[in-house]
Design a binder for this molecule. Structure first.
Ligand SMILES: Cc1cc2nc3c(=O)[nH]c(=O)nc-3n(C[C@H](O)[C@H](O)[C@H](O)COP(=O)(O)O)c2cc1C
Length: 484
């Protein structure tokens, strides 16, 4: 059993995650029998007490143990399907609360906590030298058939992790390490000043449709802290390779990702307190982020499409967008690295009128922005999500009542339509990145057929686990081979 085999590792992870953790002794048959005779508390009482300090440790231990053990087995022998059908549902079961402490009347750790613990486990495993890594020979890399050229870099696949997974620049290397199928990682959104984001709960699962509703609202450690983390990576890399920090930043060979043939995109946004109507203040917010983070990025993504920051989407209007993008493009020219980052803008799937697409494309062409990410989450609630007979009452409530951006497979048709329209509108002036609802190789190939150069995923990985991108790359390769 992988869980047993990696027991010391599990304890180490749990202790790093929760310092007060002590390794419990593995129960013997006798102690188990004794416990079952003396157990008096009901399941509901135990669930109610889930977040008491003692139980929080146990809770963290279980979470750390599951993620750690499975992570360990992934490196050695477990197939990716283990994640999809066992680990992901198990984590969902463990973290089934609402992220409000029970002391405060909530139901304890939920989707957001699961996200946090998952990232922490990835990071700890990586730091210990047991980073999660796709096993096998990565045959999808053979003959370079999935390769694409982007901004002068030869990427091995067109696949990318989109923003929101690593919001605080804390898991870059562990995420790249998972699979060579991941060619690009977009971190953020990072705001100039730190901010809390919206009140919890703010992330909700809709498991019957593999979807998520989130209203994080740009919770961010802020540009200064993110810059410290990004600089630390550069310094470590320099030390390891006998270079100076300056030499790394000024290299024309080493991408900002610090991984050959892979790129790091840093997404930037404005603080909630900055009024969207005050264009000078808005520009200052984005320029501050460029000044602090630009030197660590291959690509800078301007987010004007999150539905969870009031008024942000209004910045997609032609005049505002043109003014903002021009300011960012100018600021990027002063970024303190030899190869300047390319500027890309991320748009909303809800701004889909003929005028919207024309206006945004015109602003992109006018300012010389290098690409458009099509698209972010939607505030719409397509009713076809309700068809599953397995949908629980709670899931229906979430669907109807919880405000925020919806993501997952339901976005796919709109994403494909918009990718096609933006590709036609932009021609060769800018690269189109697809983001929205991909779950398999066919979705990715369809997005590319419609004009996307890079195809990004997030919610698919939440439900599929860390084998997501490797599986998709394998499916793409088989499609290419079948056509021969
Ligand atoms: C929990 C969560 C947080 C997200 N945070 C961000 C964000 O900070 N910035 C952003 O541009 N998009 C964010 N997104 C949107 C994703 O990057 C992606 O564009 C969207 O979810 C559609 O792709 P998907 O269906 O593959 O998830 C977030 C999505 C989720 C589910």
């Amino acid at each position: 059993m992988p869980l047993i085999r990696s027991y010391p590792l599990v304890s180490l992870i749990a202790r790093t995650t929760y310092p007060s953790f002590r390794l419990p002794s593995i129960p013997t048959i006798t102690t188990l029998r004794h416990r079952s005779r003396t157990r008096t508390r009901s399941v509901s009482t135990r669930a109610y007490n889930l977040n008491r300090p003692g139980n929080r440790v146990r809770n963290g231990m279980i979470g750390g143990a599951v993620v750690g053990a499975i992570g360990f087995s992934f490196v050695t022998h477990a197939p990716p399907t283990l994640f999809r059908y066992q680990v992901v549902p198990l984590l969902r079961w463990i973290y089934s609360g609402d992220d409000i402490p029970t002391e405060a009347g909530g139901k304890g750790p939920g989707a957001e906590k699961a996200h946090e613990v998952g990232l922490k486990a990835l990071r700890v495993l990586y730091d210990l030298g047991f980073g999660l890594r796709e096993r096998g020979t990565h045959e999808y890399l053979d003959n370079g058939e999935l390769g694409v050229e982007l901004f002068g870099h030869n990427l091995k696949t067109p696949l990318a992790i989109s923003a929101g997974l690593d919001k605080h620049a804390e898991c870059i290397d562990p995420l790249f390490n998972i699979s060579p199928a991941i060619s690009l990682l977009e971190i953020g959104c990072i705001t100039p000043l730190p901010q809390e984001g919206n009140a919890k709960p703010r992330m909700f699962r809709l498991p019957t449709s593999n979807s998520i509703i989130n209203r994080y609202g740009f919770n961010s450690v802020g540009a200064d802290t993110a810059a410290v983390r990004l600089r630390d990576r550069v310094r470590r890399y320099a030390l390891k390779h006998g270079l100076t920090e300056r030499e790394v930043l000024d290299s024309t060979e080493i991408p900002a990702s610090l991984w050959p043939n892979r790129l790091l995109a840093v997404q930037i946004g404005k603080n909630k307190a900055t009024a969207e109507t005050d264009m000078e203040a808005v520009k200052r917010d984005y320029i501050t982020c460029v000044e602090k983070l630009g030197r660590y990025a291959d690509i800078l993504v301007v987010n004007v499409s999150s539905p969870n920051t009031p008024g942000l989407i209004s910045l997609q209007k032609r005049e505002s967008l043109q003014e903002l993008l021009a300011a960012v493009v100018l600021a990027v020219q002063k970024a303190d690295r030899r190869v300047k980052p390319r500027v890309v803008v991320k748009v909303s799937p809800d701004s889909d009128s003929v005028e919207d697409v024309k206006d945004i494309s015109a602003a992109v062409k006018f300012t010389g922005v290098a690409g458009v990410i099509v698209a972010n989450t939607t505030v719409k609630r397509p009713l076809n999500l309700l068809v599953s007979p397995q949908m629980s009452e709670e899931e229906k409530r979430v669907f109807h009542k919880e405000i925020g951006g919806l993501s997952g497979p339901v976005l796919l048709p709109k994403m494909l339509e918009l990718v096609e329209r933006y590709s036609k509108e932009l021609g060769h002036n800018a690269v189109v990145f697809a983001s929205g609802g991909i779950t398999n190789g066919k979705d990715v190939q369809e997005a590319r057929k419609r004009g996307a150069k890079i195809v990004m995923g997030y919610t698919g990985m939440v439900y599929d686990g860390v084998g997501f991108f490797g599986r998709i790359a394998g499916e793409m390769k088989r499609m290419v081979d079948d056509r021969k």
